[in-house]
Write a protein of this length. Structure first.
Length: 349
């Protein structure tokens, strides 16, 4: 089959690899109907050292079950499924608590221990299928592009935006600032709106994206960055935002969050941190009684809650996708997102 591999910074190739096959009785093999490129895929795209073997890419996909192991009970051949970006058994103490990203027996796509490949491929072996996959009744591979795009967001970005808002404590009447106009930031805006936020400030400078942010519920857009951006948000929010959702992961975004949040407020980080040390100003959170929360979203815990509105079209998170490419053109998708010519790109095998 064909699959996307990264061989070093900027070196994305679609190559022939062996077809996935069942290895354990709890496995399933899923034929990918739609996958996509994530903003977090751009981190290794920028910095990964060259390797002759390459790394299988992609952690967001939906598809149709082709084969199941003898112990799989919740899905069967022909079912349309959503695959969250984390593999989980659904039974350990962390899964039962709704924290599937900390599953004792799980992991992630392209995990050597689990033997999983990436989702930017024609098919994927799914271990722990009963705990991982979510069946979507009444949907098949012939569903329209808009519906498939909405379902695809539930594998990561919509659930991650929801996680940011939920961990941030968004409630009716909240004032929220979202840092970042990528897909996760925009869906954090949508999620904050769904949870009842009254004022939502979106920090972003790309007009097409911030216009979508307004459609999703942003009441204000701040294009400035650094101290100027901090001052503008503090002016808009009357001295600081009670909730800040940081959806970027780079240090300047975190520093903006610290500058924007008001005493007693909450910073919820879901952008994968691209820094190791505690940032300057970390200790200032203590004196101001600021809560720092967030982390990798256990999207498996949120899919059933978010799915009905996606299916009936009440909510359309799939609008974050603005380009579609064939699987063999996946390298073009990486380049388009890296160059900000695309917000988020669907990959169609």
């Amino acid at each position: 089959m064909r699959a996307t591999y990264l061989f070093g910074a900027g070196d994305v190739r679609v190559i022939d690899v062996p077809d996935p096959a069942l290895r354990q009785p709890g496995d399933a093999v899923v034929r990918v109907v739609r996958a996509c490129v994530c903003g977090s895929d751009l981190h290794p795209y920028h910095s990964m050292p060259s390797t002759s073997d390459g790394v299988s890419m992609g952690h967001e996909f939906v598809g149709v079950v082709e084969e199941v192991g003898a112990e799989v009970a919740t899905v069967r051949r022909g079912d349309f499924v959503i695959a969250p970006f984390a593999v989980s058994d659904g039974t350990c103490e962390f899964c039962r608590a709704g924290l599937q990203t900390s599953c004792l027996h799980g992991g992630f796509w392209n995990d050597q221990q689990l033997g999983t490949g990436g989702g930017q491929a024609e098919a994927v072996r799914v271990p722990l299928a009963d705990g991982t996959l979510v069946k979507v009744p009444g949907v098949d591979a012939s569903a329209g592009d808009q519906r498939l795009a909405g379902l695809l967001t539930l594998s990561d970005v919509y659930g991650t935006g929801w996680h940011a808002a939920l961990r941030g404590g968004v409630r009716p009447g909240s004032t929220v600032t979202v840092i970042g106009d990528g897909a996760v930031g925009l869906l954090a805006v949508l999620s904050a709106k769904q949870l009842g936020a009254q004022r939502i400030v979106l920090m972003g400078r790309h007009r097409a994206r911030t216009d979508l942010g307004r459609e999703f519920g942003a009441t204000d857009v701040v294009a400035e960055r650094g101290e100027e951006g901090i001052a503008r948000v503090r002016q808009l929010t009357g001295g600081g935002s009670e909730i800040v959702l940081e959806a970027v992961g780079h240090l300047p975004a975190y520093e903006q969050a610290v500058g924007i949040v008001r005493p007693g407020g909450t910073i919820s980080r879901v952008g994968v941190p691209q820094y190791e040390d505690a940032p300057v100003g970390f200790g200032s959170l203590f004196g101001a009684n600021i809560t720092l929360t967030g982390g990798p979203a256990p999207v498996r815990a949120y899919i059933e809650r978010l799915l009905p509105a996606v299916l009936d079209g009440t909510v359309q998170p799939g609008k974050v996708f603005d380009q579609t490419v064939a699987l063999d053109d996946t390298p073009k998708a990486y380049a388009a997102m890296d160059e900000r010519r695309a917000l988020k790109v669907v990959v169609r095998p």
